[in-house]
Design a protein around this ligand. Structure first.
Ligand code: SAH
Length: 210
């Protein structure tokens, strides 16, 4: 079966799971998820499941990529988006097709290098990737009108809240053993938090790995 056919099936499943944003569905229909996996895993690319990418990390489940992207875009288009935890770069590639500019940080250097090569291969030129600790955000490039984290802190790092522009949205899993997906919105008089659903992400770890 062609990967387009299997991707169409995947999108059908996302619709059944409640994903409604047509732009998100269209981008996931066309983005080759198999290119974000090592060869041995590529045949499983269109299963709706998280998959190993090495270094004890995983490419997020398609449903959660779709859901987080939908939540990020729910209050209107986003220009400057920061992603924490580039991993394979799949979420980065999805975002790059929906917002003006994506900045993405990853603490594990070999993962970042592979993701960077994939951005080049797919000619996604509105992405900038950096090897650093995402708990610190990316102050030079901020403020951001969207921040999305693929790793879960016990508590939301203050730097991420500080780098959120007025009207900006932060989509992030929070917790340890039990985690919740949260959307934090910055408005004129502070922050408001919406709890979305229970999730399971890798922990946000401090420091970087060469
Ligand atoms: N969006 C990625 C998900 C990768 S899993 C994908 O679809 O492939 C989460 C990633 O967050 C891992 O690669 C992990 O190394 C990274 N991570 C964890 N803590 C981090 C931190 N403090 N700064 C940057 N990246 C971090």
């Amino acid at each position: 079966m062609t990967s387009l056919r299997t991707r169409e099936r995947l999108v059908q499943r996302l619709v059944e799971q409640g994903i409604r944003d047509q732009r998100v569905l269209e981008v996931m229909r066309t983005t080759p998820r198999h290119l974000f996996l090592d060869e041995a895993m590529a045949h499983r690319a269109y299963e709706d499941t998280a998959l190993p990418i090495g270094y004890q990390q995983t490419l997020s489940q398609p449903y959660i990529v779709a859901r987080m992207t939908e939540l990020l875009l729910a209050a209107g288009p986003r220009q400057q988006v920061l992603e924490i935890g580039t991993g394979s770069g799949y979420q980065t590639a999805v975002l790059a097709q929906l917002v003006d500019q994506v900045y993405s940080v990853e603490r594990i250097k070999p993962l970042l290098d592979k993701a960077r090569a994939r951005m080049r291969q797919l000619k996604l030129r509105n992405t900038q990737l950096r090897h650093s600790d995402g708990a610190l955000g990316w102050a030079d490039k901020g403020p951001f009108d969207g921040i999305l984290s693929a790793a879960a802190p016990e508590q939301i790092p203050a730097d991420l809240l500080e780098q959120l522009a007025p009207g900006g949205r932060l989509v992030i899993p929070v917790g340890g053993e039990s985690q919740q997906l949260q959307v934090v919105t910055r408005d004129v008089d502070g922050f408001s938090t919406e709890i979305i659903e229970a999730v399971r992400f890798v922990p946000l770890r401090s420091g970087t790995v060469r």
